[in-house]
Design a protein around this ligand. Structure first.
Ligand code: ZN
Length: 240
């Protein structure tokens, strides 16, 4: 089975469409949270993801904030403004879709969460120590996470956990146990502004990171027209 693994769309429909087109036909879509926040297209993105076949999706922290499952003071001013802006615009159908998202989902030998097994919606896996503690909280062979907006792999071996830098475009043979992050579709923060995602082949047991360029200017134009934060407009072009 060929699975599209993607995360952190953040209401950026142009990036999402570029990823779906680049991935080509897949057997399933596994989404790791944060459909909304930052970008100009919350309703369009939720509707598009809802319509994808064989979808599995989990709740992100921005989604949780829109649902008022998380306090707004957890976010910086720009992010919390965007959350309020999104609350005012989401249709009841799209709101209901976010409402039914679980915090964690087990699919075969994979645990899907936005943050980490320890704190599924909020924890950032940014160091080997945190990755080690995270893996101790799950028996799954693989844990797919988003939230940091940076592609990453944390591999368990020789009694420890080590960070392995991601390489784009080449199928990586997976070995248990590992934490994998596909990066962010709509708000990359690893210095590469292209949309990020991954393909997971369940039979071959491989994972492939991919980057795809999209029309960033068009998204920035929509953000400006809506009066969204200039900082968020600018950061799209630099991927930070
Ligand atoms: Zn995010």
């Amino acid at each position: 089975m060929r699975v599209l693994v993607f995360s952190d769309i953040h209401a950026n429909l142009t990036a999402l469409e570029a990823v779906l087109a680049d991935a080509g036909p897949v057997d399933a879509h596994w989404f790791l949270g944060d459909l909304v926040g930052y970008g100009p297209d919350p309703n369009e993105c939720v509707a598009r993801v809802r319509s994808l076949p064989n979808l599995v999706a989990v709740l992100g922290n921005h989604d949780a904030a829109v649902l008022e499952k998380m306090p707004l003071n957890w976010f910086n001013r720009e992010a919390s403004n965007l959350i309020r802006w999104t609350q005012e615009r989401l249709t009841p159908e799209n709101f209901a879709f976010l409402q039914q998202l679980p915090e964690a989902h087990v699919q075969g030998e994979v645990l899907l969460v936005h943050g980490s097994p320890r704190a599924p919606v909020t924890e950032y896996i940014l160091t080997s120590e945190i990755a080690d503690e995270a893996l101790a909280r799950t028996e799954a062979n693989f844990c797919f996470v988003g939230h940091t907006h940076s592609p990453a792999r944390w591999q368990e071996e020789d009694g420890g956990v080590r960070f392995c830098p991601p390489v784009n475009g080449e199928p990586l043979p997976l070995k248990p146990r590992a934490i994998l992050n596909p990066g962010s579709v709509g708000q990359p923060r690893d210095g590469d502004p292209r949309a990020a995602y991954a393909l997971y082949d369940t039979e071959a047991q491989t994972w492939t990171w991919r980057r795809v360029p999209y029309d960033i200017g068009a998204v920035q134009q929509r953000m400006r027209a809506l009066g969204l934060s200039p900082t968020n407009v600018l950061r799209l072009a630099v991927g930070r």
